[in-house]
Write a protein that binds this ligand. Structure first.
Ligand code: PLP
Ligand code: CA
Length: 290
């Protein structure tokens, strides 16, 4: 299988690390893939880091990677706004400092990062001061998300010409021991509910995530493998784009989940069945060392 691909698109959380812990053996696998002449790209729905922050995190864990190999949602959203939305005007950004940096890097002006300045102040909420240059609301992971931010997004989106773009729809971020915390999908759902419209989303399973990598590096989809831990976002993207797909069982989805999709016979669910699965990415080691 590895001989039939030139490019490997790697999902991060649940595949090569869990939070700040590398999955044992994953740096060796990635470095050997590169040594064997494969191009390796890191594709994550997480919008809280810039490409540089990811490259630094990868280097600290022992992976060979450069900024250009990383496709996180802070960067991909900036590309989406430029290339797909053909953005004009400013962005009202519900998101992180990293998102602000990636947007600014490509010349997109934004407002909104950090705690809302009038949160908690008793005032006429339907008439909060708005920036007349804002033409798009962008929603990513925001630890300062608040009622006031939700309200402000709604006031911008009351203008039917104002676009709504979300980084990704992951609703829960799984942690060790069966624990979980709310993901960006929860924040996005709140904004969509208030504004009574659906956002365009950038991250997996949207085709754009793959297109972003493919257009920059001239990838042939028939010679690409995606290695991921989640069926409903990642495997779906891989099958929609005609990539080979490999599920690792170190993250969200299980073999039983994949079997349930397979047995459903439902065309949308069959697209969530991986071509291959392994317990951990480390299982690729013998094939690469041999
Ligand atoms: N979004 C956030 C904010 C996260 O923290 C994570 C995982 O840590 C994700 C999305 C999912 O990331 P990935 O696509 O690498 O699994
Ligand atoms: Ca993942």
């Amino acid at each position: 299988m590895l001989d039939s691909v030139d490019n490997v698109l790697i999902d991060c959380d649940g595949v090569i690390w869990r939070g700040d812990q590398a999955i044992p053996g994953s740096p060796d696998v990635i470095n050997l893939l590169k040594k064997n002449g494969k191009k390796v790209f890191f594709v994550t729905n997480n919008s809280t880091k810039t490409r540089k922050m990811y490259a630094d995190k990868l280097a600290l864990m022992g992976f060979n990677a450069t900024d250009d190999d990383v496709f996180g949602m802070a960067y991909c959203s900036a590309m989406y706004l430029k290339k797909v939305s053909k953005l004009q005007g400013k962005v009202y950004l519900i998101g992180s400092n990293a998102m602000r940096q990636e947007l600014e890097k490509v010349g997109i002006q934004q407002t909104g990062v950090g705690p809302d300045p009038i949160s908690g102040v008793q005032m006429d909420w339907a008439n909060v001061p708005l920036d007349p240059e804002v033409k798009t609301v962008v929603v990513g992971f925001d630890e300062h998300f608040s009622y006031m931010k939700l309200n402000r997004a709604l006031q911008y989106l009351n203008n039917p010409d104002c676009l709504l773009v979300g980084t990704n729809t992951d609703t829960r971020l799984p942690l060790e021991g069966g624990k979980a915390v709310p993901g960006t999908g929860c924040i996005l759902k709140a904004v969509e509910t208030a504004a009574q419209r659906q956002a365009q989303t950038v991250g997996k399973p949207n085709h754009f995530t793959y297109d972003c990598v493919a257009s920059q590096f001239g990838l042939d989809s028939a010679r690409c493998l995606m290695v991921v831990d989640r069926l409903d976002t990642d495997i779906l993207l891989g099958s929609n784009c005609g990539l080979k797909t490999l599920l690792t069982l170190t993250g969200v989805s299980t073999v039983a989940d994949a079997e349930a999709h397979q047995e459903s016979g439902c065309p949308e669910r069959v697209g969530m069945v991986p071509d291959y699965y392994v317990e951990s990415i480390a299982e690729l080691l013998p094939a690469l060392q041999g």
